[in-house]
Design a protein around this ligand. Structure first.
Ligand SMILES: *Cc1c(COP(=O)(O)O)cnc(C)c1O
Length: 378
């Protein structure tokens, strides 16, 4: 089966008991034992496994080219599970530009003191090598393209460096999705997603998932964290995520096409200092993204001339593009990252991050152009 077909059929079949074509939502918390005490369908209790979650996990495994998917209540629960499951007590090497929630996880919970974290700019492979060899390392965490600087890093080169040092490499593939980038094929030991974003695709669910290849040492510990720590994905969220998956390939095509047009329009605006988007020829990540991804994604950042105040004026004038956090849904969203991230943010003051949605690209561009308009002088 090809990717588009898997997105619709993997993990799902016409329901043999009813003929239902769309996967039924199973909400049962418990499942009946046979007279002999066994569980005829393999399901026992909702937290251990349930039909809707298992279908979502199988579908994700198929799309990422992995063996098993393990679904959690959120992307952050999936990340926490990976940190808690990595096989050694060694250091965790992270990118210095990454999803801000990981920094908060380290700063605001016990995770920060339980593990030894080191952050590096992963565009610099020598810096990655130095970080994983200077101290025993168990896990290298990769995010590409990254938040909010939209940096592209070389997954296969980083995996090789990690493996030479005896560490595992896990890729947060939330922004690229398996439509654009398949880290397991590039040597990653696991792939993680916030399904809240493109997988769900409609900003109406929360879930996370980790996909592992066959015989992964992460599989059992991740299952145990899922089952016993219990931050599992709810059946309804898995059902929505499965619905979202069916249109993921075509949505990504439209997202990418729109983002390319928006990026080009922004790049030609005199009040935009810089557009960070690998689809632009002069972007430092362009060549690598061309090799590593099948398209450039739909997340971009741009830096407004005039810093924080100017960026806030522009965001405040938008009428169609919604000022909100998150990404990957049908609505175009914009966010001033420096104010969201607070004092520890490294985001430039003038930076606005955009998730380009599925509205007509010209309507998005018209809104941005009127907001950037000639009249502001912040
Ligand atoms: C949103 C996001 C997460 C966290 O996922 P939640 O579902 O919000 O917990 C992790 N990584 C990336 C890249 C994200 O965009």
């Amino acid at each position: 089966m090809r990717f588009e077909t898997k997105a619709i059929h993997s993990g799902r079949a016409v329901d043999p008991s009813t003929g239902a074509v769309s996967l039924p939502l199973h909400t049962s918390a418990t499942f009946e034992r046979g007279a002999d005490g066994s569980f005829p369908f393999g399901f026992e209790y909702i937290r251990d496994a349930n039909p809707t979650r298992s279908a979502f996990e199988s579908a994700m495994a198929a799309l990422e080219g992995g063996h098993e998917g393990i679904a959690f209540a959120s992307g952050m629960a999936a990340i926490t599970a990976v940190f808690e499951s990595h096989p050694s007590t060694g250091r965790i090497v992270l990118p210095d530009d990454m999803y801000f929630g990981i920094r908060s996880l380290m700063d605001e919970t016990d995770i920060g003191s339980r593990f030894d974290f080191a952050a590096v700019d992963m565009r610099d492979l020598d810096a990655v090598r130095a970080a994983v060899t200077s101290k025993r390392t168990g896990l290298v965490w990769v995010e590409t393209p990254s938040n909010p600087m939209i940096r592209v890093v070389d997954i296969s080169a980083i995996c090789k460096i990690a493996h030479e040092a005896g560490a595992m490499a896990v890729v947060d593939n939330t922004w690229a999705t398996p439509v654009l980038q398949r880290p397991l094929e590039l040597g990653a030991d696991a792939v993680m997603h916030s399904a809240t974003k493109y997988i769900g695709g409609h900003s109406d669910l929360m879930a996370g998932v980790v996909v592992v290849p066959p015989t992964s040492p992460l599989e059992h510990p991740l299952r145990m964290v899922q089952k016993h720590k219990g931050s599992v994905a709810a059946p309804f969220d898995c059902w929505l995520a499965l619905r979202g998956l069916q249109t993921l390939p075509i949505r990504m095509r439209a997202h990418c096409e729109g983002a390319q047009k928006v990026a080009e329009a922004l790049a030609s605006h005199p009040r935009v200092e810089k557009v960070l988007f690998p689809g632009l020829q002069d972007d430092p990540g362009h060549d690598l993204a061309t090799r590593q991804m099948s398209d450039y994604g739909a997340m971009l950042s741009f830096i407004v001339e005039g810093g924080v105040d100017a960026a806030m004026v522009v965001a405040g004038r938008l009428k169609l593009v919604v000022r909100a956090t998150s990404l990957g849904g049908t609505h175009s969203l914009i966010e001033h990252r420096a104010s969201v991230e607070g004092a520890k943010s490294k985001a430039p003051g003038g930076l606005l991050r955009m998730s380009v949605g599925l509205e007509h690209p010209q309507d998005i561009i018209d809104d941005l152009m009127q907001a950037l308009g000639a009249t502001f002088n912040a």
